[in-house]
Design a protein around this ligand. Structure first.
Ligand code: G3I
Length: 466
């Protein structure tokens, strides 16, 4: 198969999409909804000169609801399994690209760039590898890399050339390649990949190297020595299989130190797992964790893109490997967007906030207020909003009242820092006992979680001091 040279670069340089701009006080801005044709994660990432993608595997390509999201939401795809050695060279010297070609064709049809995964890895190898005499394995490895990277020449923007070559303590993993070829096998794999596809960016890829530590130090030293020796390496892939609430504090600094060596960085397999089942608190933490990771990447110019390791909790590798854990992705099993989706969306510059303010002049003794309504998270069937009341008068308030209409059948299911009453479609929130007094130009805020069946546009909100 062939593709026009430079296709990948053109896609990555895709025209910036129109992203809703800064919200202005006093303006009502529509929340994204299907009717509003909100930008996709891929479009938002492209507007920042990056990609946001997903891994995928062949069985799901026949699942229409799945492929609708895969093809529509992302501007990058990683071949999750079927470019691995056991699939591409099941018998020595016999290459089979049937399955991986299908994924690459899907990506091409949806204008998505492809990360190739992976040329040399200790896992998912065909059984015959173990029978190759030590003296022949370097030739076998070079031949494999030449064939696979050659087959996808022009189709793959990044190759994970070598995957997971280090142990947690920074020593070399004793893979068949390490044992039979020795330390030099990694450099040889990169040289073979460069020869096979000179335009693909060549990555070293590993897990638990997102933060600074013994393992990432070992990778750092490898990259540094490759750079010094002129061995071709273009990027480091940090897999980012993370745990809820445990995003390493050094992620951004770590990405930056690799960038400073003169290589790109990609977050290649992001997921953030939790003990199942999900609940609202875990979802909120996960959203915060995704936001932290995306922001860390965006803060470093050479962090070129982020890939999640499949996008739906129903198609994740986690539950089968970590029983009792899962819900690690940004869509649920039914392809509904989770709070983590909206966190990524916002971090990439998308606007989910709906803001409207109304000033009242009815307060006593020079008091008055504005109320700012903001949707801070939306998911299938629900949303979380926050309302900030500001004292715009010349004296402290003793109480306040905010009102809006639940015009689209929304409900408010729980509310904090205020007292809710509803009458038909009218919602009214009065201050709680402890936050009625707002100093001049000070604020009080309340929040709530609600349900919304369809669109959830910004309400007109009123505010009065009492
Ligand atoms: O293809 C067979 C199928 O015929 C059989 O019916 C089925 C029964 O279990 O197994 C299928 O193979 C599975 C394969 O995925 C394809 O679904 C293997 O058992 C299973 O072990 C394999 O897991 C993959 C794993 O790599 C192997 O280590 C995951 O899907 C894949 O997501 C995962 O990806 C890795 C990255 O490549 C590297 N970084 C870590 C990441 C997560 O482990």
């Amino acid at each position: 198969m062939s593709a026009p040279a430079g296709r990948a670069r053109r896609v990555l340089a895709a025209t910036a999409v129109a992203v809703a701009g800064t919200l202005a006080v006093g303006m009502a801005v529509a929340a994204p909804s299907s009717a509003d044709a909100a930008p996709t994660l891929g479009q938002l990432a492209a507007a920042k000169g990056r990609y946001f993608g997903s891994a995928t595997d062949n069985p799901t390509l026949d699942n229409a609801p799945y492929t609708a999201v895969l093809g529509g939401e992302f501007n990058q795809i990683t071949v999750g399994n079927t470019q691995k050695w056991m699939y591409t060279e099941p018998s020595r010297g016999q290459f089979d690209y049937t399955q991986a070609d299908r994924i690459v064709a899907f990506a091409r049809a949806h204008d998505q760039v492809v990360r190739g995964h992976t040329l040399v890895w200790h896992n998912q190898l065909p059984g015959w590898i173990d029978t190759v005499p030590a003296g022949e394995l370097l030739g076998v490895m070079r031949n494999h890399v030449a064939n696979v990277a050659g087959h996808y020449r022009g189709e793959v923007v990044h190759w994970d050339v070598v995957n997971e070559a280090f142990e947690e303590d920074g020593t070399r993993r004793q893979s068949v390649f390490q044992q039979k070829i020795g330390d030099g096998y990694i450099a040889e794999a990169f040289k073979a990949a460069r020869a096979a596809d000179p335009n693909a960016k060549l990555y070293y890829n590993d897990y638990n190297i997102e933060g600074i530590g013994a393992k990432s130090d070992a990778v750092y030293d490898l990259v540094k020595s490759f750079k010094q020796q002129g061995i071709p390496i273009d990027g480091v892939g940090m897999q980012a299989h993370l745990i809820l609430g445990q995003v390493p504090g050094t992620v951004q600094r770590n990405i930056q130190r690799f960038a400073d060596l003169g290589v790109d960085v990609a977050l290649t397999e992001l997921d953030i797992r939790m003990n199942t089942p999900r609940d609202a608190a875990k979802d909120a933490q996960q959203a915060q964790d995704y936001r932290t990771v995306v922001n860390a990447c965006l803060a470093v110019t050479r962090c070129v893109g982020i890939t999640i390791w499949d996008f739906s909790d129903g198609y994740s590798w986690i539950p089968s490997v970590f029983p009792g854990e899962g819900a690690a992705l940004i869509y649920d099993e039914n392809f509904a967007k989770k709070p983590s989706y909206w966190a990524v969306y916002e971090a990439l510059g998308g606007t989910t906030t709906t803001t409207t303010t109304t000033t009242t002049t009815t307060g006593d003794n020079g008091t008055g207020c504005t109320a700012t309504y903001r949707v801070v998270g939306q998911w299938h069937g629900g949303y979380q909003a926050e309302v900030t009341v500001r004292n715009t008068g010349t004296a402290a308030t003793t109480g306040w009242r905010v009102g809006w209409t639940l015009a689209q059948g929304q409900t408010v299911s729980s509310l904090w820092n205020g007292v809710l009453t509803t009458s038909g479609q009218q919602a009214t929130v009065r201050n709680a006992t402890y936050n009625g007094r707002i100093a001049v130009n000070g604020t009080a805020a309340f929040g709530f979680v609600g349900a919304s069946a369809g669109t959830n546009p910004a309400p007109v909100i009123t505010c009065a001091t009492t």
